[in-house]
Design a protein around this ligand. Structure first.
Ligand code: AMP
Ligand code: ZN
Length: 112
């Protein structure tokens, strides 16, 4: 998608602090971190929202990748949270599927 900022990051035409990349996914630091570790994991393919896909393989890989990146970032044992905001009430601001990986501090529950 031409106007999508995350497609641009996936293509490399917008820079980001990338922590992981393969053929299907790219992961990078959130520009406005909400925790000491705040990584966004996105498929390179433009899927607007979680509810726009039933691709089990892609969604499964994305979650397993979250575990791997949690380990790489040193937050696996202490704990981490994965969040996929979907649509307005959840606060989705970018219409390209992205998984937030948050850690490095104690998280509150329920979330805000
Ligand atoms: P959401 O509110 O779930 O749609 O999350 C969008 C996230 O993308 C927010 O946490 C933003 O801080 C983050 N974000 C927006 N633009 C960029 C960017 N250029 N590089 C990295 N993170 C970004
Ligand atoms: Zn996109």
């Amino acid at each position: 998608m031409e106007d999508c900022i995350f497609c641009k990051i996936a293509k490399g035409s917008v820079s980001a602090k990338v922590v992981y990349e393969d053929d299907e996914f790219i992961a990078f630091h959130d520009i406005n971190p909400q925790a000491p570790v705040h990584i966004l994991i996105i498929p390179k393919k433009h899927i607007p929202r979680l509810c726009d896909t039933e691709d089990k393989e892609l969604l499964g890989k994305m979650l397993i990748l979250a575990n791997k990146i949690a380990e790489k970032m040193g937050i696996l044992e202490d704990g981490y949270r994965v969040v996929i905001n979907t649509n307005r009430n959840a606060g989705q601001t970018i219409d390209h599927l992205h998984l937030h990986l948050l850690g490095g501090r104690i998280m509150n529950w329920p979330p805000g």
